[in-house]
Design a protein around this ligand. Structure first.
Ligand SMILES: NC(=O)c1ccc[n+]([C@@H]2O[C@H](COP(=O)([O-])OP(=O)(O)OC[C@H]3O[C@@H](n4cnc5c(N)ncnc54)[C@H](OP(=O)(O)O)[C@@H]3O)[C@@H](O)[C@H]2O)c1
Length: 261
C-alpha cells in the first residue's frame, strides 16, 4: 500500500546497535563513525589506513578497528568473520568507501577509471556479498549505500565517478525491493558537496558545501527516521532532484548555463 509511513523501521536507541562503517578513516565515514560512537553504538571501523582508524576509534571501548582494502574480497570476508566472532550479529552496515577524480572526455585515464570502478562499485558488491547472508539469516538489520547526487544524471567532470554513483542508486533500489520484504532495511545516501579530502582537489566553487560532521548528522538522523532516500543539503539536492525530471534539451541547457561547460 502507498502511504506516508517511513520506508524502513525507525531507530530510537543507538545503544542497541552494532554498526560496521566501511570507509571510516577520513571524511564522511570518519565523522559518521564518531557520531555513532558518541550515541552509544558499537562501531566497527574499516578502511586501509589502520593508524587513522585507531585515531578515530580513540581507544573507545565500543569501537573495533578492522583494516581492509574493499577491493579485496578475501579481506572483506575476513573482517566480517572477525566482526561476527566479536559481536555475533550486525545491525547496520554503511558502505561509504569511495574515490573521486575529476575526468572529462578528452582525458580518459584507464588507470583511474578502473580504480574508480573497483572501489566505488566492486567494493560495494564485496561488502554486500560479505554481509547479506548474515542480515538475511537474522531477518533484521540494514545496509546503507553512499552514492552521490552526481549519480542522478550526467554531469561535467565526472566521467568515471558519475557512472559508478548512478549504478549505486540503481543497486540500492534493487536491493530495497529484494531485502525489505525479508526484514532487512536499505538506505540510499546521496550527499551534495561535503568538505573532505576527496573534494579539496576541486578548483571550482562548490555550491552549498557542508562540513563532514553535518553530513554525518544527516545520515544518522535519516536512518533513525527510517528514510530510504537520505539526501542533503536539501537546498541543493532538491534542485538536482527537480533537474532529474527535465527533458534532455532543457537539462543540457541548464547544466551549460550553470557550469559554463
Ligand atoms: N565529499 C563529497 O562532497 C561527497 C559527495 C557525494 C558523495 N560522496 C561519497 O561519500 C563517500 C565518502 O567520501 P568522502 O568525501 O568522505 O571522501 P574521503 O574523505 O576521501 O573518504 C573516503 C574513504 O574511503 C576509504 N577508501 C578509499 N579506498 C578504499 C579502499 N580501496 N578500501 C577501503 N577503503 C577505502 C578511505 O580510506 P583509506 O584511504 O584509509 O582506505 C576513506 O575512509 C564516497 O563514497 C564519496 O563518493 C562524497
Amino acid at each position: 500500500m502507498i502511504g506516508a509511513a517511513a520506508l524502513n523501521p525507525r531507530i530510537r536507541d543507538w545503544r542497541e546497535m552494532r554498526v560496521w562503517v566501511i570507509g571510516a578513516s577520513t571524511g564522511i565515514g570518519a565523522e559518521t563513525a564518531k557520531l555513532l560512537l558518541a550515541l552509544g553504538a558499537r562501531v566497527a571501523l574499516s578502511a586501509r589506513n589502520e593508524a587513522a582508524l585507531q585515531a578515530i576509534a580513540g581507544g573507545h571501548a565500543q569501537a573495533l578497528t578492522l583494516p581492509l582494502d574493499v577491493t579485496d574480497a578475501a579481506q572483506v570476508l575476513h573482517a566480517r568473520d572477525r566482526l561476527l566472532a566479536e559481536w555475533q550479529r550486525i545491525d547496520l552496515v554503511l558502505l561509504v568507501a569511495g574515490v573521486y577524480n575529476e575526468m572529462r572526455a578528452d582525458q580518459i585515464d584507464m588507470t583511474v577509471v578502473n580504480r574508480t570502478l573497483d572501489v566505488n562499485l566492486r567494493g560495494v558488491f564485496n561488502g554486500l556479498d560479505a554481509v547479506l547472508p548474515t542480515l538475511l539469516a537474522q531477518r533484521s538489520g540494514g545496509v546503507g549505500i553512499v552514492s552521490s547526487v552526481a549519480g542522478f544524471r550526467g554531469l561535467p567532470r565526472a566521467l568515471a565517478y558519475g557512472p559508478t554513483k548512478a549504478a549505486l542508486i540503481n543497486l540500492a533500489e534493487s536491493l530495497y525491493i529484494d531485502l525489505r520484504p525479508r526484514g532487512v532495511a536499505v538506505y540510499l545516501i546521496n550527499p551534495g558537496f561535503v568538505d573532505t579530502p576527496a573534494t579539496r582537489q576541486n578548483d571550482f566553487e562548490m555550491p552549498a558545501l557542508i562540513g563532514a560532521a553535518d553530513a554525518a548528522r544527516e545520515i544518522v538522523h535519516g536512518i533513525a527516521r527510517g528514510e530510504f532516500h537520505i539526501h542533503f543539503p536539501k537546498r541543493f539536492t532538491n534542485w538536482l532532484r527537480f533537474a532529474r525530471l527535465l527533458p534532455y534539451r532543457l537539462y543540457f541547457w541548464l547544466i551549460h548555463k550553470v557550469t559554463g561547460l
